[in-house]
Design a binder for this molecule. Structure first.
Ligand code: AMP
Length: 193
């Protein structure tokens, strides 16, 4: 299996579709948000540093994220491919990921971009706040995360397009979670023929 990078704004469904992909293809899964939340829960040094950034809707500095990513990647089962969920979020992270994979004789694989309008995103995130109680899912922090997404992360879409690995899936076309999943699976199957 090729590696997969799942990409999209906060609330676009990266976690949901990653889970569906992992269940179907048995790949490894790295969610950098989940890694950071676990560090915070365990009260580690890294968790203490990460908390301030997360609560403010800011990105954790690249050098720190890149180190975390490499060590998490090396703990994944070999040979099945890995889905990167929430990484990379900056051009520097994307360059570092490409280099890290190349050093291991692996490739970026394919990038899946989830396109969802901001009104739908906000509604979903506020609903998630009620269900999961994530501290950074309040309206003020969500607005900051959108701003960070637009300024630092969204430009990466073109970086992936230039690498020739971008595959986009638009919520307004697929309309349902099931429709999105079906379209994504078809594309993954095509890429891995
Ligand atoms: P997520 O669960 O992917 O929405 O991530 C939650 C928060 O963790 C983000 O708002 C960032 O503060 C931080 N975070 C997760 N992944 C990264 C990353 N690749 N680079 C920098 N910060 C990150």
């Amino acid at each position: 299996m090729k590696n997969i990078i799942i990409f999209g704004a906060p609330g676009s469904g990266k976690g949901t579709y990653s889970e569906a992909i992992v269940n179907r293809y048995g790949m490894g899964h790295i969610s950098t948000g989940d890694v950071l939340r676990a560090e915070i829960k365990n009260g580690t040094e890294l968790g203490k540093i990460a908390q301030g950034y997360i609560d403010n809707g800011q990105l954790i500095p690249d050098e720190l994220m890149i180190d975390i990513l490499a060590s998490t990647y090396d703990r994944q089962p070999q040979g099945k491919g890995v889905i990167f969920d929430g990484f990379p979020r900056t051009i520097a992270q994307a360059e570092a990921l490409k280099k890290m994979l190349l050093e291991r004789g692996h490739g970026l694989g394919m990038m899946i971009e989830l396109i969802v309008g901001e009104d739908v995103l906000m509604e979903r995130l506020l609903r998630r706040a009620q269900i999961e109680g994530r501290a950074d899912d309040n309206e003020e922090t969500i607005r900051k995360r959108f701003a960070v997404y637009h300024s630092q992360t969204a430009p990466l879409s073109e970086w992936f397009a230039a690498e020739g690995i971008r595959h986009t899936f638009d919520w307004s076309i697929c309309k349902t979670k099931e429709g999105m999943i079906e379209a994504i699976f078809q594309e993954i199957d095509k890429e891995n023929q």
